[in-house]
Structure formats: C-alpha cells, structure tokens
Design a protein around this ligand. Sequence first.
Ligand code: ADP
Ligand code: MG
Length: 158
Amino acid sequence: MMSLLLPDASATDALGAALARTRPARAVVHLHGDLGAGKSTLARALLRALGVSGAIRSPTYTLVERYPLPDGGEAWHLDLYRIADAGELEFLGLDGDEPTLWLVEWPERGAGALPKADLVVELAIEGSGRRAGLVPGTPAGEGWVRTLSAEHGVAGHS
Ligand SMILES: Nc1ncnc2c1ncn2[C@@H]1O[C@H](COP(=O)(O)OP(=O)(O)O)[C@@H](O)[C@H]1O
Ligand SMILES: [Mg+2]
C-alpha cells in the first residue's frame, strides 16, 4: 500500500499522469471514494496523459465511455453510481473487444460483473486536499506500485 497526499487538484492530475506513464499493458483500476473525492479528476488526467484529446465526458448516465488510445487498445471509463444492480453490466465485454485499461468509479456496485482490480485507488478528502491509497490486487499491480513509488515525479509522496 502506497499513500500519497494530494494537496490540490493539480496533484491529482500529476498522479494520473504518473499512473499513465508507468501502467502495464493491460490494467484494471478500481477507484474508490465518496462523491467529490477526486475519482473523475484522476480518471480524466490519466486519459489525457494517455493521449485522449477529445472531450472526456462523465459516464454518470451512460455507465461507460470508451476511448481508443493512440498507442493501440482502448480505455473504458465506467461510473456505476447509478446502477441498481450488477446485472445491468451484462453487456460489458459481450462484443468481444475487451479494453486494455479499465477505470471504474463505484466498482463496489458492479461486484461480480467486473474483472479483478490490478490496482485499487482509495481517495479520501483530507483537509483542503485529498489522500490517495494505492493498493495492488495482482502481481501486475504490485509491479506498477513499485515502479510508481520509485519515481520522483509523484508529488506529495508521504
Ligand atoms: N487533490 C485535490 N485537492 C483538492 N481538490 C481536489 C483534488 N483532486 C480533485 N479535487 C476537486 O474535487 C472536486 C470533485 O472531484 P471529482 O473528480 O469530480 O470527484 P468524484 O469523481 O470522486 O466524485 C473537483 O472540483 C476537483 O477539482
Ligand atoms: Mg466522479
């Protein structure tokens, strides 16, 4: 578990960029945290850093927004806040094209219908900033967190 203090939104952006830079070829990321904790900010920063240049809309109503990535593959950004039960996610993956990157807000609401997280990011409000806990769920996630903690580019490492 790696814990980072993110004093302002630009620190959340920097974490998103660092995650993009160090990500494994395929990754499932679960984003935990209350409303306003910074889940969408982090997802958006990650997508931007991966080269997504168009609009990045919140998937609050669509459940999923898909982004082709410039270096190949696809990122899927999900927000499951509004689903009633995980059965609503049966369509995911049915067409055969699995994303290379999953970014899932409110993954607890899709329990059973989502792939296992390589990385769980736990965001919480702390003072006027945020705290991010990075918890690996697989060997790929462990390598990711190790690479990230060895980096100097991550602001506020504490
Ligand atoms: N590290 C931070 N410190 C202070 N404010 C932040 C930080 N990260 C994000 N925010 C702000 O928190 C607000 C809510 O963020 P958002 O990403 O929409 O939360 P969520 O998706 O978890 O509901 C936004 O105004 C964003 O700019
Ligand atoms: Mg959000």
